[in-house]
Design a protein around this ligand. Structure first.
Ligand code: ATP
Length: 348
């Protein structure tokens, strides 16, 4: 059982606060992704869980045991960090076998576990090579294979696929997801790549400025962002936001169109909709088309809507030219609303 609990953890470096009072509970065997832009504190949080960094306050519990004062080796975790420590003077085989040898695993088992994980990471043909002779992407895969070979209760990974080209990265993320789903491992995985996060995670913790803004399933963070930041960070292109002023009772006016809206005392709140959740029609939000980008199955339109940029993803067979005005109808149940000051979602 490797339930991980982070209780009120904060970290300051001098007078800079890298993490503000983080509370997070990760279930046994869950795949949790920490997602956020560079500098938001993901690596610091992972390093605190690993024991490579001491929290300024708070507690870390793994499997019912408080571990924040224990050295990394006593926490029952395997890790893959950005500066993957692959030993150049050892072969790939011995690198992957390293932890197993330390744990005095019998030779036959070592061989089986090394070969299996090398195959999984598509480096089985490199087992005899010295790691000093590998590319960055190959070394990274050796580090992942070494961590997996330990069959740990907890695995912590910081951008483990960052040095791979796009195609290999896509393949590896599916392989990793598959193998971790079959294992009994609890995983915490750091990335700034939202596609990787969406595709791999059971839950995503979206971080911003040293805080967790939302921790939920990928579909929940996508459909129901708890804060404006989540809607603008997740999704490519991101959510559209437009000001919504007061109108008839229970309604808000957005670019001259009235929509039913949740109650708020504010004169102006924000209306939000994802680019794929609008359909061109005869009436709706007026959008003057500025740029048309064919994306294969869809067209991405960048429009001007009442002085605001608005992106729409529409069917590729739509007849449209730059300068046209389209009327876009938002799917009612996909509309979200945000408070301007707190930037939090209104009306759940
Ligand atoms: P990236 O994706 O770029 O690795 P991150 O979200 O993982 O970013 P962290 O490495 O956790 O970010 O860093 C969070 C903040 O803490 C950053 O502003 C960073 O500059 C700062 N920071 C991290 N380590 C230290 C340190 N040892 N001393 C001072 N500041 C630090």
């Amino acid at each position: 059982m490797a339930l991980i609990e982070i209780k009120n953890v904060a970290k300051t470096f001098g007078n800079f606060t890298a993490l503000h009072s983080i509370d997070l509970s990760i279930s046994d065997q869950e795949f949790m992704v920490l997602l956020g832009a560079s500098g938001c504190g993901k690596t610091t949080l992972l390093r605190i869980i690993a024991g490579l960094e001491t929290p300024s306050q708070g507690e870390v519990w793994i499997g019912g045991k408080r571990v924040d004062q224990l050295p990394p080796k006593d926490r029952g975790i395997a890790m893959v960090f950005q500066n993957y420590a692959v030993f150049p003077h050892l072969t790939v085989f011995e690198n992957i076998a390293f932890g197993l040898r330390m744990a005095k695993v019998p030779d036959a088992d070592v061989k089986r576990r090394v070969e299996r994980n090398a195959e999984l990471m598509h480096i089985e043909q490199l087992l005899g090579r010295y790691s000093g002779q590998l590319s960055g992407g190959q070394r990274q895969r050796v580090a992942v294979a070494r961590a997996l070979a330990m069959e740990p209760d907890v695995i912590l990974m910081d951008e483990p696929l960052s040095n791979l080209d796009a195609l290999l990265r896509m393949e590896m993320r599916a392989e990793l997801k598959g193998v971790l789903a079959e294992s009994n491992t609890t995983t915490i995985y750091v990335t700034h790549d939202q596609v990787e996060a969406m595709s791999m995670a059971d839950r995503i913790s979206v971080m911003n400025g040293g805080k967790i803004v939302q921790a939920a399933t990928p579909i929940e963070v996508y459909r129901n962002p708890a804060a404006r930041f989540v809607g603008s960070f997740i999704g490519n292109p991101p959510m559209n936001f437009l000001p919504a002023s007061k109108s008839a009772a229970g309604h808000r006016r957005v670019a001259d169109v009235d929509f039913p809206a949740p109650a708020s005392d504010r004169d102006v709140i924000e209306f939000a909709i994802r680019p794929e959740d609008v359909t061109p029609g005869k009436t709706g939000l007026p959008a003057k088309v500025r740029v048309i980008e064919p994306l294969g199955p869809h067209l991405l339109l960048t429009c001007d809507m009442d002085g605001h940029a608005f992106r729409a993803v529409v069917e590729s067979d739509l007849t449209v030219a730059t300068g046209d005005t389209l009327y876009l109808i938002p799917q009612q149940d996909r509309i979200r609303w945000f408070e301007p000051e707190t930037n939090l979602a209104i009306g759940g």
